[in-house]
Design a protein around this ligand. Structure first.
Ligand code: F6R
Length: 242
């Protein structure tokens, strides 16, 4: 695990976008899994700018959505679907056969998980996973206590996720379940980048990077990944050395 600290969130986003670009330059058929939410938002915007400026060819690249809230409409501005469509897919004009997002409104969610794992297998695995960290140390919707060996699954969301998740919505939503790639998908990815910014993330970042590797702190799995890069702004990094 490599940890890099940047002077501010803008620099972090710039460098994270550069990592995405390098991945695609190296592997024009890269399979990239992206989280949604505040952590990757600026990175997506920098990435879109850079792709347009350099006319980088994305025609071989596949994008996978990390997770989705069960029961939330795809067109709801708080959904992961909406985030990825508006921050990545539409601005870059990615064809529908090149992005793969969970449909969390199907009746058979277990089947939806199998489908996503099959897509990942058929594409030859994930080259780069870009994730955030929740206030409870979750990655995707891998909630505290979830075994490291899970692949795509439906998760019962813990209290922190249900509460913090309200920030994405304009009015209160019932957020009881999520559908998500698992930590085994993360372990199997050829590279993982975790992005964290802001002082609120400092304690959980320190716990994940310096504490015991345990399912109670899902993001601690990054310590064991052979090719993980943690990119932090100075605020998010501020509890690491204490
Ligand atoms: C979202 C996701 C979540 C978030 C995490 C941090 O797709 O997978 O695990 O990455 O909750 O959220 P932000 O970045 O909004 O602080």
């Amino acid at each position: 695990m490599t940890v890099k600290v940047f002077k501010d969130d803008d620099t972090l986003a710039e460098e994270a976008a550069e990592e995405l670009i390098k991945t695609i330059q190296y592997s024009p058929k890269a399979v990239i899994c992206m989280a949604s939410g505040n952590s990757p938002k600026k990175t997506c915007s920098r990435f879109v700018e850079k792709v347009k400026r350099t006319q980088l060819d994305l025609s071989g690249v596949h994008f996978i959505g990390l997770d989705e809230w069960v029961g939330i409409d795809q067109e709801d501005p708080g959904s992961c679907h909406y985030f990825l469509k508006n921050n990545l897919i539409l601005p870059l004009n990615i064809g529908k056969e090149h992005f793969h997002l969970f449909n969390a409104n199907v009746t058979d969610l277990a089947e939806e998980c199998i489908k996503m794992d099959d897509i990942i297998d058929q594409l030859g695995g994930i080259d780069l996973m870009v994730v955030g960290i929740g206030m409870n140390a979750h990655i995707g919707f891998n909630e505290p206590g979830i075994p490291f060996h899970n692949k795509c699954h439906v998760a019962a969301l813990d209290g922190t996720t249900q509460q913090v998740g309200q920030k994405y919505f304009t009015s209160k939503r019932i957020l009881k379940k999520g559908i998500t790639l698992g930590l085994q998908n993360l372990i199997d990815s050829r590279k993982v980048i975790l992005l964290a910014n802001g002082i609120a993330k400092a304690p959980v970042v320190a716990q994940a990077l310096k504490g015991e590797v345990t399912p109670t702190v899902p993001a601690s799995i990054l310590q064991k990944h052979p090719n993980s890069l943690v990119m932090l702004d100075t605020d998010a990094a501020s509890a690491i050395s204490q």
